[in-house]
Ligand binder design. Structure first.
Ligand code: SIN
Ligand code: CO
Length: 390
């Protein structure tokens, strides 16, 4: 994937430092999605997409948010537009599988796979992103230019952030399977030379506001609403208008006690739940499944398959493990701790492996809960993956 670089070399020399171009990072690359499938997805409700008309709109780089209209898409001119679809990995398992190539990075740091389909001269214009990204070229050819010195100054009055000044310092034409890594802050400009598909494997980083906000929300939810400030030792004050240092210290202690109640192990749990929260709601569960998944169905499955939108991660504790799936935490005792890296690391667990672990205490029960929650689906004998109970 990284050419002659090892993952360690890439992290030391390029990640969040300088761009990297890898020719044939995916040799003989086959697109996991077709332009027709992508445009179809962009027309579905709940799918985030943007149609960018470089020309032909009321203003340059006009943006039309999804859901897109299939008839309108069919009638677009042959040049100067691009369609960008967010989170394609959550809909197409084959697109989600692209993420596996980046398994040397923590999966919670990868955001989603955005896919763009562009016709010749299709582009979102020169811009700067605040997150780093791997741009993988699929179908067709796209010319990328970068300007690491471009000032972050955007043209006014446009739907998109298009840089006012962009002087390309390097350029490459990417072909199927080529990969361009861009650190945050490097101005880039990609223009389609032919009909083309580009896969952006983007990173995510929680902001301080998000983490702090989530943590405080949790503190509030757990705080005893009946606990009030109290001062039975109060003595007559000299200035009725003064908030004394003693009162301030007491208030500070009141908050600090709550804060420490949720640090340590509780913070671990909070972080795991936050980082694995699913973007979209879990698939609606059918009636009756809550009664349970028969163990027999799991033992006889040909495989269990992770839902492409599911997020899993785990956190080790001395001997035991905390497994997180779509924002829910599961305490795995020592004998079950082995299951955490297995479940969080794989898209598909085959029958042999299921049977190998079936006798281990709690394994099938845990799997059944995850199937019920829509995190995994059971692939039955001779059939495609089926939803729990379906
Ligand atoms: C694109 O695929 O056209 C845009 C990707 C990017 O510049 O971030
Ligand atoms: Co960009």
């Amino acid at each position: 994937l990284l050419g002659r670089l090892t993952p360690a070399g890439f992290l030391a020399r390029h990640r969040q430092k300088r761009p990297l171009l890898v020719r044939r990072a995916f040799p003989d690359f086959q697109d996991p999605v077709t332009p027709e499938e992508l445009t179809g997805l962009a027309c579905a409700r709940g799918v985030e997409s943007r149609l960018v008309l470089v020309r032909g709109g009321r203003r340059p780089w006009q943006v039309e948010e999804g859901p897109q209209d299939a008839r309108r898409l069919r009638r677009l001119p042959p040049t100067h537009w691009t369609l960008l679809v967010q989170g394609v990995d959550t809909h197409f398992p084959a697109v989600a599988a692209l993420r596996d190539a980046f398994a040397f990075l923590p999966s919670w740091r990868l955001d989603d796979v955005m896919v763009s389909f562009a016709v010749p001269f299709g582009t979102v214009g020169p811009h700067i992103d605040s997150y780093d990204v791997f741009l993988l070229q699929g179908l067709g050819r796209r010319r990328w230019q970068i300007d690491p010195h471009a000032p972050e100054d955007y043209r006014p009055g446009l739907d998109l952030r298009v840089l006012r000044r962009f002087r390309p310092r390097a350029e490459w034409v990417l072909e199927p399977g080529d990969l361009l890594y861009l650190p945050p802050g490097v101005a880039h400009h990609g223009v389609a030379l032919t009909d083309c598909l580009t896969y952006s494997i983007g990173f995510r980083a929680p902001s301080l506001a998000e983490v702090l906000g989530g943590f405080v929300e949790r503190l509030l939810a757990g705080a005893d609403p009946n606990r009030l400030y109290s001062d039975p030792d109060l003595r007559p004050v000299r200035h009725a208008g003064e908030i004394t240092p003693r009162a301030v210290a007491r208030l500070r202690l009141m908050v600090a006690r709550e804060w420490s109640r949720l640090s340590g192990a509780a913070f671990d749990r909070f972080v795991g739940e936050l980082l694995t929260a699913r973007k979209e709601p879990a698939p609606s569960r059918r009636r009756g499944i809550a009664r349970g998944i028969p163990r027999k169905r799991l033992v006889n499955a040909t495989a269990v398959v992770r839902h492409p939108a599911s997020r899993l991660a785990f956190l080790r504790r001395s001997g035991t493990c905390l497994l997180f799936a779509d924002g829910r935490a599961f305490d795995l005792p020592r004998p079950l701790a082995f299951a955490a890296p297995l479940l969080a690391g794989r898209r598909r667990i085959e029958a042999e492996e299921l049977r190998l672990h079936a006798a281990r205490p709690g394994f099938l029960d845990l799997l059944a809960v995850l199937v019920r929650a829509g995190v995994f689906t059971i692939a039955g004998r001779g059939g495609a993956a089926s939803r729990a109970g379906g």
